[in-house]
Design a protein around this ligand. Structure first.
Ligand SMILES: Nc1ncnc2c1ncn2[C@@H]1O[C@H](COP(=O)(O)OP(=O)(O)OP(=O)(O)O)[C@@H](O)[C@H]1O
Length: 339
């Protein structure tokens, strides 16, 4: 294991930001810390970096106890959402800065900077100032700078968070490719489940200062350990006391075995997708069941608003029986909304 976190806890005053975190982060992999805002992801990352001290527990990096080591002795590189560049230095000088203060020979620095700029596809911008780069290019420069010192561990706190959706997507794919080339143990914080599912080898879901589940993207998506994980990783709907994914529900215009009868309350088209809200005959007071399918499927099945339908989860669908509280909360909410 590259990073071993044992029994880590952190309070800010009375507020418990992290409680009793145990986590192994494997060497050479890309691990995402995923969870809602305020859950404790950044605090955990900062504790790994040495920018924050934990109240309890230990952090081991590559077999060395780093709990009491200052940040600069941990051999970690980090990149934050808003990269603070040296504005008066060109891109090459920014990337080589860490090597310069480590007093490496000029020739070695120049060679390393060349190599890194080519790795992050910024070679032609070596002489520009940071202000003359786009946001995405600046974040790539930040990554090159973090990699320059050849860190054992690379820590990224929402590195693409400040960028627009299209650039984010491009950089995400690029980060994955970069990681496949350099293989440095990387931990990145995100609240975007799609980003984690697309990029990470391992995902750690963090909520309310605790780890909800650790696993590969498929494992978390297909076998979520809790209602929280299931609903955080993708859309869900409630069907007869179970959480199911809206695309995992079969819907047919004629009765079929073990299905629930209902009718289509709402039929809406969003791009290639059709979204249905179905009211069940047996549970008229329950919130409508949400179902998604392709437009072609909806047409072939002759589905339309108001029509009677029969629904059931498809074979092998991930499902979680919800706790009584969740159901009651939903029903109370619906009856409140209904007045
Ligand atoms: N220095 C601090 N003083 C007091 N409270 C803090 C401090 N740093 C963080 N917190 C609190 O600890 C909790 C966890 O914060 P943290 O930044 O780790 O969450 P996060 O999961 O990274 O959320 P986000 O995605 O919004 O950054 C939050 O409720 C935050 O307000």
């Amino acid at each position: 294991m590259s990073i071993k976190i044992s029994g880590v806890g952190k309070r800010f005053g009375d507020f418990v930001a992290l409680s009793d975190i145990d986590l192994d982060i494997p060497s050479g992999q890309l691990t995402a810390l995923l969870g809602p805002s305020g859950g404790g992801k950044s605090t955990l990352l900062r504790i790994i970096a040495g920018l924050e001290l934990s109240d309890t527990g230990t952090v081991e990096i590559e077999g060395t106890d780093a709990t009491d080591l200052p940040a600069q002795k941990r051999n970690v590189g980090f990149v934050f959402q808003h990269y603070a560049a040296f504005r008066h230095m060109d891109v090459a000088a920014n990337v080589g800065f860490g090597l310069k203060i480590r007093k490496r020979p000029k020739k070695e620095i120049a060679a390393k900077v060349d190599e890194l700029l080519s790795l992050v596809h910024l070679s032609q911008f070596a002489d520009r100032l940071p202000a003359q780069l786009s946001g995405g290019q600046r974040q790539r420069m930040a990554l090159a700078r973090a990699l320059a010192i050849e860190p054992k561990v690379l820590l990224l706190d929402e590195p693409f968070g400040a960028l627009d959706a299209k650039v984010r997507k491009e950089l995400r794919a690029w980060l994955r490719r970069l990681h496949d080339e350099v293989h440095v143990t990387t931990v990145f914080v995100t609240h975007d489940q799609e980003e984690a599912l697309e990029v990470a080898d391992q995902i750690v879901v963090i909520n309310n200062g605790r780890i909800e589940q650790v696993g590969g993207p498929d494992e978390l998506y297909d076998a979520p350990a809790s209602e929280f994980v299931m609903s955080f990783l993708g859309p869900v709907t409630l069907l007869d006391g179970r959480l199911v994914r809206p695309h995992d529900i079969e819907v047919v215009a004629v009765p079929f075995p073990d299905s629930y009868a209902g009718h289509i309350l709402r039929f809406s088209r969003v791009g290639f997708e059709v979204r249905l809200e179905v009211a069940l005959v047996d549970r008229p007071e329950a919130p409508p069941v949400l179902i998604t399918l392709t437009r072609a499927e909806a047409t072939a099945k002759r589905l339309e608003e108001g029509a009677p339908v029969w629904v059931k989860p498809v074979e092998g669908a991930s499902q979680i029986a919800v706790s009584v509280e969740t159901e009651t909360v939903e029903e109370t909410l619906v009856s409140e909304l209904a007045g």
